[in-house]
Design a protein around this ligand. Structure first.
Ligand code: NAD
Length: 285
C-alpha cells in the first residue's frame, strides 16, 4: 500500500511558517501584508474560492480586501480598478478571481497587474523570470505540488517525471520547477492521448503528476510499480470529488500517492498567501 501524501498535514505546517513570517513582518513594519481580490459579478465557483482565501488569510494574519465589481462592468473599467490597486502603496498582492465574464480576455487583464503585486505569479514578466530561474514567486498550484514532493523528500534529480496536462496555471510552470531540479521531464497533453501514447508515458513515470480535469483518466494498471503519484485533478462526480487518477488501483502499485480531496488542494491557498508575504517583504521593510 502506498504512503499517502497528506496535503492537509503539509499545508498546516506551511501555514505555521507563513504565520510566523507575517508576525515578524508586522513586528518590523507595524503593518500586515494586504491581498486585494477583485471579483466580477456573482459566481458559485468563485464564491467558494473567495471564502476559502478569506478564511486562510485571516488565520495567517494577512489582510484580505475583497472588491466585488458589478456583472456588466467593461474590461476597461476592470483594468482601471487594477491600476488603482497597482498604485496603492497599502496593497501588496492582487488576485483576479476567475472565471471572468464572457468577452473578457484574462491574459490581457492579468497583464495589467503590476508584476511586483502579482499574487498568483501569472504575469508574463513573472513567468519569464520563472523560465530563467530568477523568480521569487511561482503559480500557486505548481508550487503546491513541489511543496508536497519536498516535504516527503522525494528525490527528483535524474528521475523520469511525467506531467499530464500543460495548462498555463499548472502543467507548464510545474515543468519548469521540476526541470530546475534536474529531473528528466516529459509533458503530456490532449494530443498525447489522441496519438494513443499516454499509457506508455505514464508507465515509465517514476514521478507522475496529473492535472487534466478528467475523472479517472489515468488507470491504476498503467502506473509503474513504486511510482510517486500526485493527482491535481478535481472532478465532481455525483456528490463526490475525485481525481484524474483511479485511486484504488493506483495506490496498490505506487509508493506514494495523493488522496483527492486532501492532496494538492489544501496547499494551493496557502501558497497564494506565501506569494503575498514574499511580495510584501519588499515594501514592508
Ligand atoms: P486546463 O483545462 O487548463 O488544462 C487541461 C490540460 O489537460 C491541457 O493541457 C489538456 O491538453 C490536457 N488534457 C485534456 N484532456 C486530456 C486527455 N484526454 N489526455 C491527456 N491530456 C489531456 O486545466 P487546469 O486548469 O490545468 O486544471 C486541471 C485540473 O486540475 C482540473 O481538474 C482542475 O480543477 C484542477 N486544479 C486543481 C487545483 C488545486 O488546487 N488542487 C488548482 C488548479 C487546477
Amino acid at each position: 500500500m502506498a504512503v499517502l501524501l497528506d496535503g492537509k498535514k503539509v499545508a498546516q505546517e506551511l501555514k505555521e511558517r507563513i504565520k510566523s513570517d507575517v508576525a515578524q513582518l508586522k513586528d518590523r513594519a507595524g503593518k500586515a501584508p494586504v491581498l486585494a481580490c477583485l471579483s466580477v459579478g456573482q459566481n458559485a465557483a468563485s464564491s467558494v474560492y473567495i471564502k476559502s482565501q478569506g478564511k486562510v488569510a485571516e488565520e495567517l494574519g494577512v489582510e484580505y480586501r475583497l472588491g466585488t465589481l458589478k456583472e456588466g462592468i467593461s474590461q476597461e473599467d476592470l483594468v482601471a480598478e487594477i491600476c488603482n490597486l497597482n498604485t496603492d502603496p497599502g496593497v501588496h498582492g492582487i488576485i483576479i478571481q476567475t472565471p471572468l465574464p464572457g468577452g473578457m480576455n484574462l491574459d490581457e487583464v492579468v497583464g495589467t497587474i503590476a508584476p511586483k503585486k502579482d499574487a498568483e505569479g501569472m504575469h508574463p514578466e513573472n513567468l519569464g523570470k520563472l523560465l530563467l530561474g530568477q523568480n521569487r514567486i511561482a503559480p500557486c498550484t505548481a508550487q503546491a505540488c513541489m511543496e508536497l514532493l519536498h516535504h516527503y523528500k522525494i528525490k527528483l534529480r535524474g528521475k523520469e517525471v511525467v506531467i499530464v496536462g500543460h495548462s498555463e496555471i499548472v502543467g507548464k510552470p510545474l515543468s519548469l520547477l521540476i526541470l530546475k531540479e534536474f529531473a528528466t521531464t516529459t509533458v503530456c497533453h490532449i494530443a498525447t492521448s489522441e496519438a494513443h501514447k499516454l499509457e506508455d508515458h505514464v508507465a515509465r513515470a517514476e514521478v507522475l503528476i496529473v492535472a487534466v480535469g478528467r475523472a479517472h483518466l489515468i488507470k491504476g494498471a498503467w502506473v509503474k510499480e513504486g511510482a510517486v503519484v500526485v493527482d491535481v485533478g478535481i472532478n465532481r462526480v455525483g456528490d463526490k470529488i475525485i481525481g484524474d487518477v483511479e485511486f484504488e488501483s493506483a495506490e496498490k502499485k505506487a509508493a506514494y500517492i495523493t488522496p483527492v480531496p486532501g492532496g494538492v488542494g489544501p496547499l494551493t491557498v496557502a501558497m497564494l498567501m506565501k506569494n503575498v508575504v514574499t511580495l510584501s517583504t519588499e515594501t514592508l521593510k
